[in-house]
Design a protein around this ligand. Structure first.
Ligand SMILES: NC(=O)c1ccc[n+]([C@@H]2O[C@H](COP(=O)([O-])OP(=O)(O)OC[C@H]3O[C@@H](n4cnc5c(N)ncnc54)[C@H](OP(=O)(O)O)[C@@H]3O)[C@@H](O)[C@H]2O)c1
Length: 334
Protein backbone atom coordinates (compact mmCIF):
# COMPACT_ATOMS: atom_id res chain seq x y z
CA UNK A 1 0.00 0.00 0.00
CA UNK A 2 2.34 2.67 -1.25
CA UNK A 3 0.06 4.30 -3.77
CA UNK A 4 -3.47 5.66 -3.83
CA UNK A 5 -5.91 6.04 -6.73
CA UNK A 6 -8.31 8.98 -6.74
CA UNK A 7 -11.11 9.91 -9.18
CA UNK A 8 -10.98 13.60 -10.12
CA UNK A 9 -13.79 15.62 -11.68
CA UNK A 10 -12.13 17.31 -14.68
CA UNK A 11 -14.86 18.51 -17.06
CA UNK A 12 -18.40 19.79 -16.66
CA UNK A 13 -20.65 17.75 -18.97
CA UNK A 14 -23.09 19.74 -21.09
CA UNK A 15 -25.28 16.73 -21.92
CA UNK A 16 -25.23 13.03 -20.99
CA UNK A 17 -22.38 12.50 -18.55
CA UNK A 18 -19.53 10.45 -20.08
CA UNK A 19 -16.20 9.05 -18.81
CA UNK A 20 -14.30 12.13 -20.07
CA UNK A 21 -15.71 14.10 -17.13
CA UNK A 22 -13.36 12.12 -14.86
CA UNK A 23 -9.71 11.27 -14.53
CA UNK A 24 -8.19 8.59 -12.32
CA UNK A 25 -4.88 9.77 -10.83
CA UNK A 26 -2.25 7.81 -8.98
CA UNK A 27 -0.99 9.61 -5.91
CA UNK A 28 1.12 8.91 -2.84
CA UNK A 29 -0.79 7.56 0.15
CA UNK A 30 -2.43 10.34 2.21
CA UNK A 31 -0.05 11.38 4.99
CA UNK A 32 -1.40 10.36 8.38
CA UNK A 33 -0.48 11.91 11.68
CA UNK A 34 -2.86 14.90 11.76
CA UNK A 35 -4.87 15.14 14.95
CA UNK A 36 -8.51 14.21 14.48
CA UNK A 37 -7.83 12.81 10.98
CA UNK A 38 -8.48 9.12 10.50
CA UNK A 39 -6.92 7.07 7.71
CA UNK A 40 -9.63 4.96 6.07
CA UNK A 41 -9.53 2.26 3.45
CA UNK A 42 -12.54 2.63 1.15
CA UNK A 43 -14.61 -0.52 0.83
CA UNK A 44 -17.91 0.61 -0.73
CA UNK A 45 -18.89 3.76 -2.63
CA UNK A 46 -22.42 5.01 -3.14
CA UNK A 47 -23.11 6.35 -6.63
CA UNK A 48 -26.06 8.75 -6.70
CA UNK A 49 -27.99 10.78 -9.30
CA UNK A 50 -27.60 14.03 -7.31
CA UNK A 51 -23.88 13.94 -8.15
CA UNK A 52 -24.78 14.72 -11.78
CA UNK A 53 -26.57 17.84 -10.53
CA UNK A 54 -23.44 18.93 -8.69
CA UNK A 55 -21.40 18.54 -11.89
CA UNK A 56 -23.32 21.46 -13.44
CA UNK A 57 -22.56 25.04 -12.46
CA UNK A 58 -26.10 26.26 -11.98
CA UNK A 59 -28.38 27.40 -9.23
CA UNK A 60 -29.14 24.52 -6.89
CA UNK A 61 -29.69 23.61 -3.25
CA UNK A 62 -26.02 22.72 -2.87
CA UNK A 63 -22.70 24.00 -4.24
CA UNK A 64 -21.43 22.53 -7.53
CA UNK A 65 -18.40 20.25 -7.57
CA UNK A 66 -15.26 22.18 -8.43
CA UNK A 67 -13.49 21.16 -11.61
CA UNK A 68 -10.04 19.77 -10.75
CA UNK A 69 -11.15 18.39 -7.36
CA UNK A 70 -11.77 14.75 -6.38
CA UNK A 71 -15.32 13.42 -6.66
CA UNK A 72 -16.79 13.04 -3.17
CA UNK A 73 -19.74 10.99 -1.96
CA UNK A 74 -21.15 8.61 0.61
CA UNK A 75 -18.59 5.88 1.43
CA UNK A 76 -18.13 2.94 3.74
CA UNK A 77 -14.63 2.01 4.80
CA UNK A 78 -12.42 0.44 7.42
CA UNK A 79 -10.30 2.50 9.78
CA UNK A 80 -6.59 1.84 9.30
CA UNK A 81 -5.06 4.46 11.59
CA UNK A 82 -6.72 6.60 14.22
CA UNK A 83 -5.84 8.31 17.47
CA UNK A 84 -9.43 9.32 18.16
CA UNK A 85 -11.25 7.58 20.96
CA UNK A 86 -14.29 5.65 19.70
CA UNK A 87 -12.99 5.39 16.13
CA UNK A 88 -10.58 2.49 16.51
CA UNK A 89 -8.49 0.81 13.85
CA UNK A 90 -10.51 -2.02 12.34
CA UNK A 91 -13.88 -0.26 12.82
CA UNK A 92 -16.21 0.03 9.84
CA UNK A 93 -17.34 3.60 9.26
CA UNK A 94 -19.68 5.61 7.06
CA UNK A 95 -18.85 9.13 5.91
CA UNK A 96 -18.45 11.48 2.97
CA UNK A 97 -15.01 11.32 1.44
CA UNK A 98 -13.36 11.25 -2.01
CA UNK A 99 -13.73 8.46 -4.55
CA UNK A 100 -10.32 7.09 -3.60
CA UNK A 101 -8.90 3.83 -2.36
CA UNK A 102 -7.63 5.56 0.80
CA UNK A 103 -8.53 8.88 2.42
CA UNK A 104 -7.82 10.97 5.47
CA UNK A 105 -11.16 11.90 6.98
CA UNK A 106 -12.03 14.06 10.02
CA UNK A 107 -13.02 11.64 12.81
CA UNK A 108 -15.99 13.80 13.83
CA UNK A 109 -17.55 13.36 10.38
CA UNK A 110 -17.59 9.56 10.62
CA UNK A 111 -20.33 7.25 11.89
CA UNK A 112 -19.10 3.96 13.30
CA UNK A 113 -21.26 1.15 11.92
CA UNK A 114 -23.06 -1.56 13.86
CA UNK A 115 -21.03 -4.72 13.09
CA UNK A 116 -24.22 -6.81 13.21
CA UNK A 117 -25.70 -5.13 10.13
CA UNK A 118 -24.54 -5.54 6.52
CA UNK A 119 -22.27 -2.50 5.96
CA UNK A 120 -23.94 -1.45 2.70
CA UNK A 121 -27.21 -0.77 4.56
CA UNK A 122 -25.54 2.48 5.72
CA UNK A 123 -25.57 3.64 2.07
CA UNK A 124 -29.04 2.35 1.53
CA UNK A 125 -32.06 1.35 3.61
CA UNK A 126 -30.50 2.59 6.88
CA UNK A 127 -28.86 5.64 5.28
CA UNK A 128 -29.89 8.63 3.20
CA UNK A 129 -31.76 6.47 0.67
CA UNK A 130 -34.11 5.00 3.28
CA UNK A 131 -34.46 8.37 5.00
CA UNK A 132 -35.40 10.03 1.70
CA UNK A 133 -38.05 7.41 1.00
CA UNK A 134 -39.50 7.44 4.52
CA UNK A 135 -39.47 11.18 5.22
CA UNK A 136 -40.53 12.07 1.68
CA UNK A 137 -43.52 9.76 1.74
CA UNK A 138 -44.68 10.22 5.33
CA UNK A 139 -44.07 13.96 5.77
CA UNK A 140 -44.81 15.30 2.30
CA UNK A 141 -47.03 12.54 0.88
CA UNK A 142 -49.21 12.51 4.06
CA UNK A 143 -50.50 8.99 3.27
CA UNK A 144 -53.87 7.67 4.40
CA UNK A 145 -54.54 3.93 4.19
CA UNK A 146 -56.43 2.99 1.03
CA UNK A 147 -55.03 5.87 -1.06
CA UNK A 148 -53.39 5.36 -4.45
CA UNK A 149 -49.65 6.03 -4.59
CA UNK A 150 -47.71 6.30 -7.86
CA UNK A 151 -43.90 6.27 -7.70
CA UNK A 152 -41.50 6.91 -10.60
CA UNK A 153 -38.02 5.32 -10.90
CA UNK A 154 -39.82 2.68 -8.85
CA UNK A 155 -37.18 -0.02 -9.29
CA UNK A 156 -34.38 2.30 -8.16
CA UNK A 157 -33.01 2.82 -4.66
CA UNK A 158 -35.42 5.41 -3.28
CA UNK A 159 -38.39 4.33 -5.42
CA UNK A 160 -38.28 0.65 -4.46
CA UNK A 161 -38.35 1.61 -0.76
CA UNK A 162 -41.10 4.21 -1.24
CA UNK A 163 -43.36 1.58 -2.80
CA UNK A 164 -42.69 -0.94 -0.05
CA UNK A 165 -43.23 1.63 2.70
CA UNK A 166 -46.45 2.64 0.95
CA UNK A 167 -47.64 -0.99 1.05
CA UNK A 168 -46.77 -1.20 4.76
CA UNK A 169 -48.92 1.90 5.31
CA UNK A 170 -51.88 0.36 3.52
CA UNK A 171 -51.61 2.27 0.23
CA UNK A 172 -52.33 0.90 -3.23
CA UNK A 173 -49.01 1.17 -5.02
CA UNK A 174 -48.30 1.62 -8.72
CA UNK A 175 -44.69 1.82 -9.89
CA UNK A 176 -43.26 3.26 -13.08
CA UNK A 177 -39.94 1.83 -14.33
CA UNK A 178 -37.92 1.45 -17.51
CA UNK A 179 -38.32 -2.22 -18.46
CA UNK A 180 -40.85 -5.06 -18.34
CA UNK A 181 -38.37 -7.08 -16.28
CA UNK A 182 -38.19 -4.33 -13.62
CA UNK A 183 -42.00 -4.05 -13.61
CA UNK A 184 -42.36 -7.80 -13.09
CA UNK A 185 -39.83 -7.67 -10.25
CA UNK A 186 -41.76 -4.86 -8.53
CA UNK A 187 -44.96 -6.88 -8.58
CA UNK A 188 -43.56 -10.33 -7.88
CA UNK A 189 -40.85 -9.49 -5.34
CA UNK A 190 -41.86 -6.19 -3.75
CA UNK A 191 -45.64 -6.67 -3.83
CA UNK A 192 -46.40 -3.51 -5.81
CA UNK A 193 -50.04 -3.74 -6.93
CA UNK A 194 -49.17 -2.69 -10.48
CA UNK A 195 -46.19 -1.44 -12.46
CA UNK A 196 -45.86 0.30 -15.81
CA UNK A 197 -42.97 0.41 -18.27
CA UNK A 198 -42.55 4.04 -19.36
CA UNK A 199 -40.65 2.88 -22.45
CA UNK A 200 -43.59 0.79 -23.70
CA UNK A 201 -45.70 2.07 -26.56
CA UNK A 202 -48.93 3.65 -25.29
CA UNK A 203 -47.46 4.05 -21.78
CA UNK A 204 -49.54 7.17 -21.00
CA UNK A 205 -52.76 5.61 -22.23
CA UNK A 206 -52.17 2.34 -20.35
CA UNK A 207 -51.42 4.26 -17.14
CA UNK A 208 -54.52 6.43 -17.55
CA UNK A 209 -56.74 3.43 -18.31
CA UNK A 210 -55.48 1.60 -15.27
CA UNK A 211 -55.91 4.52 -12.90
CA UNK A 212 -59.17 5.87 -14.31
CA UNK A 213 -61.19 4.68 -11.30
CA UNK A 214 -58.73 5.33 -8.47
CA UNK A 215 -56.85 8.36 -9.82
CA UNK A 216 -53.65 9.38 -8.01
CA UNK A 217 -53.64 10.59 -4.40
CA UNK A 218 -49.85 10.71 -3.95
CA UNK A 219 -47.29 11.00 -6.71
CA UNK A 220 -43.71 10.41 -5.48
CA UNK A 221 -41.67 11.83 -8.33
CA UNK A 222 -38.05 10.80 -8.82
CA UNK A 223 -37.95 11.52 -12.52
CA UNK A 224 -39.80 14.56 -13.97
CA UNK A 225 -40.06 15.01 -17.77
CA UNK A 226 -42.48 12.96 -19.87
CA UNK A 227 -43.14 10.36 -17.12
CA UNK A 228 -44.41 13.08 -14.82
CA UNK A 229 -46.44 14.64 -17.62
CA UNK A 230 -48.28 11.34 -17.91
CA UNK A 231 -49.20 11.33 -14.20
CA UNK A 232 -50.19 14.98 -13.76
CA UNK A 233 -53.56 14.77 -15.50
CA UNK A 234 -54.55 11.79 -13.30
CA UNK A 235 -54.31 13.61 -9.96
CA UNK A 236 -57.27 13.36 -7.59
CA UNK A 237 -58.61 16.42 -5.76
CA UNK A 238 -56.13 17.48 -3.06
CA UNK A 239 -53.45 15.06 -4.25
CA UNK A 240 -49.89 15.45 -2.93
CA UNK A 241 -46.86 15.46 -5.23
CA UNK A 242 -43.55 14.72 -3.54
CA UNK A 243 -40.87 16.22 -5.77
CA UNK A 244 -37.89 14.10 -4.72
CA UNK A 245 -35.81 14.06 -7.91
CA UNK A 246 -35.90 14.95 -11.61
CA UNK A 247 -33.39 12.52 -13.07
CA UNK A 248 -34.83 12.80 -16.58
CA UNK A 249 -33.63 16.41 -16.62
CA UNK A 250 -30.18 16.14 -15.03
CA UNK A 251 -28.35 15.41 -18.28
CA UNK A 252 -30.17 17.89 -20.48
CA UNK A 253 -28.53 21.10 -21.55
CA UNK A 254 -29.36 24.04 -19.40
CA UNK A 255 -32.08 26.14 -20.93
CA UNK A 256 -34.45 23.22 -20.93
CA UNK A 257 -38.12 24.03 -20.60
CA UNK A 258 -39.28 22.26 -17.47
CA UNK A 259 -42.98 22.50 -18.33
CA UNK A 260 -44.50 23.05 -14.90
CA UNK A 261 -48.11 21.92 -15.22
CA UNK A 262 -49.75 24.45 -12.94
CA UNK A 263 -53.09 23.94 -14.70
CA UNK A 264 -53.09 20.38 -13.36
CA UNK A 265 -52.39 21.68 -9.85
CA UNK A 266 -55.25 24.14 -10.17
CA UNK A 267 -57.74 21.59 -11.49
CA UNK A 268 -56.87 19.05 -8.77
CA UNK A 269 -56.12 21.63 -6.02
CA UNK A 270 -53.03 19.45 -5.48
CA UNK A 271 -50.00 20.40 -3.45
CA UNK A 272 -46.48 19.84 -4.80
CA UNK A 273 -43.60 19.91 -2.30
CA UNK A 274 -39.94 19.82 -3.20
CA UNK A 275 -37.79 18.49 -0.38
CA UNK A 276 -34.15 17.72 0.35
CA UNK A 277 -33.62 15.01 2.93
CA UNK A 278 -30.51 16.67 4.44
CA UNK A 279 -32.74 19.48 5.74
CA UNK A 280 -34.73 17.08 7.93
CA UNK A 281 -32.05 15.79 10.27
CA UNK A 282 -34.17 16.19 13.39
CA UNK A 283 -36.46 13.48 11.95
CA UNK A 284 -33.63 11.01 11.24
CA UNK A 285 -33.65 9.14 14.60
CA UNK A 286 -37.35 8.31 14.46
CA UNK A 287 -37.16 7.40 10.77
CA UNK A 288 -34.09 5.17 11.29
CA UNK A 289 -35.75 3.48 14.24
CA UNK A 290 -38.78 2.57 12.10
CA UNK A 291 -36.72 1.59 9.04
CA UNK A 292 -34.41 -0.53 11.23
CA UNK A 293 -37.37 -2.33 12.77
CA UNK A 294 -39.04 -3.04 9.42
CA UNK A 295 -35.75 -4.17 7.90
CA UNK A 296 -34.98 -6.37 10.94
CA UNK A 297 -38.44 -7.97 10.68
CA UNK A 298 -37.86 -8.75 7.01
CA UNK A 299 -40.60 -6.37 5.85
CA UNK A 300 -38.35 -4.37 3.50
CA UNK A 301 -36.40 -5.84 0.61
CA UNK A 302 -33.17 -3.83 0.37
CA UNK A 303 -32.17 -4.65 -3.20
CA UNK A 304 -28.65 -3.69 -4.28
CA UNK A 305 -26.79 -3.67 -7.59
CA UNK A 306 -23.15 -4.11 -6.58
CA UNK A 307 -20.48 -3.35 -9.18
CA UNK A 308 -17.11 -4.85 -8.35
CA UNK A 309 -13.89 -2.87 -8.45
CA UNK A 310 -12.59 0.69 -8.17
CA UNK A 311 -11.96 0.55 -11.96
CA UNK A 312 -15.73 0.36 -12.54
CA UNK A 313 -16.76 3.27 -10.29
CA UNK A 314 -17.24 5.74 -13.13
CA UNK A 315 -19.25 3.35 -15.31
CA UNK A 316 -21.49 2.42 -12.35
CA UNK A 317 -22.23 6.11 -11.82
CA UNK A 318 -22.99 6.70 -15.51
CA UNK A 319 -25.12 3.54 -15.52
CA UNK A 320 -27.65 5.27 -13.22
CA UNK A 321 -28.73 7.41 -16.18
CA UNK A 322 -29.23 4.33 -18.37
CA UNK A 323 -31.28 2.31 -15.88
CA UNK A 324 -28.52 -0.21 -15.22
CA UNK A 325 -29.27 -0.55 -11.51
CA UNK A 326 -32.07 -2.28 -9.65
CA UNK A 327 -32.35 -1.05 -6.08
CA UNK A 328 -29.32 0.82 -4.70
CA UNK A 329 -26.27 1.20 -6.94
CA UNK A 330 -23.12 0.53 -4.92
CA UNK A 331 -19.52 -0.07 -5.94
CA UNK A 332 -17.42 -2.54 -3.98
CA UNK A 333 -13.98 -0.96 -4.02
CA UNK A 334 -12.11 -3.80 -2.31
N1 LIG B 1 -34.68 15.04 -2.47
C1 LIG B 1 -33.71 14.33 -1.88
O1 LIG B 1 -33.26 14.61 -0.77
C2 LIG B 1 -33.15 13.14 -2.63
C3 LIG B 1 -32.32 12.20 -1.99
C4 LIG B 1 -31.89 11.08 -2.71
C5 LIG B 1 -32.27 10.94 -4.04
N2 LIG B 1 -33.03 11.90 -4.63
C6 LIG B 1 -33.48 11.76 -6.02
O2 LIG B 1 -34.29 10.62 -6.08
C7 LIG B 1 -34.19 10.05 -7.39
C8 LIG B 1 -33.83 8.58 -7.26
O3 LIG B 1 -32.52 8.50 -6.71
P1 LIG B 1 -31.89 7.08 -6.39
O4 LIG B 1 -30.65 7.31 -5.65
O5 LIG B 1 -32.93 6.21 -5.82
O6 LIG B 1 -31.49 6.57 -7.85
P2 LIG B 1 -32.06 5.30 -8.58
O7 LIG B 1 -33.54 5.46 -8.73
O8 LIG B 1 -31.56 4.08 -7.95
O9 LIG B 1 -31.36 5.35 -10.01
C9 LIG B 1 -31.80 6.10 -11.02
C10 LIG B 1 -32.92 5.39 -11.85
O10 LIG B 1 -33.62 6.41 -12.55
C11 LIG B 1 -34.14 5.88 -13.74
N3 LIG B 1 -33.90 6.84 -14.82
C12 LIG B 1 -32.69 7.27 -15.30
N4 LIG B 1 -32.87 8.15 -16.29
C13 LIG B 1 -34.21 8.26 -16.47
C14 LIG B 1 -35.02 9.03 -17.36
N5 LIG B 1 -34.49 9.85 -18.29
N6 LIG B 1 -36.36 8.91 -17.27
C15 LIG B 1 -36.93 8.07 -16.36
N7 LIG B 1 -36.22 7.33 -15.48
C16 LIG B 1 -34.87 7.43 -15.54
C17 LIG B 1 -33.41 4.57 -14.04
O11 LIG B 1 -34.32 3.48 -13.91
P3 LIG B 1 -35.29 3.02 -15.14
O12 LIG B 1 -34.76 1.70 -15.62
O13 LIG B 1 -36.62 2.92 -14.49
O14 LIG B 1 -35.21 4.08 -16.19
C18 LIG B 1 -32.36 4.47 -12.93
O15 LIG B 1 -32.14 3.16 -12.49
C19 LIG B 1 -33.17 10.88 -8.16
O16 LIG B 1 -33.86 11.81 -8.96
C20 LIG B 1 -32.40 11.57 -7.05
O17 LIG B 1 -31.82 12.77 -7.50
C21 LIG B 1 -33.48 12.98 -3.95
Amino acid sequence: MSENRVVYFVKRPSAMVAPDAFEVRREPMPASGQTDAVLVESLYASVDPYMRGRMADRKSYTAPFEVGQPMTGGMVGRVLESSTEGVSPGAWVFGMWPWAEYALVPARSLRVLDPHLPPTTALHVLGLTGLTAYIGLTKFGRPQAGEQLVVSAAAGAVGSLVGQIGRLMGLKVAGIAGSDEKCRWLQENLQFDTAFNYRAENFSRTLADHLKNDGVDIYFDNVGGPVTDAVMSLLNPHARIVVCGQIALYNLDYGLEERPRFSDLLISRAQASGFIVAEHQSEFPEALETLGRWYGEGLLVAEETITNGFDHLIEAFIGLFHGQNRGKAIVRIK
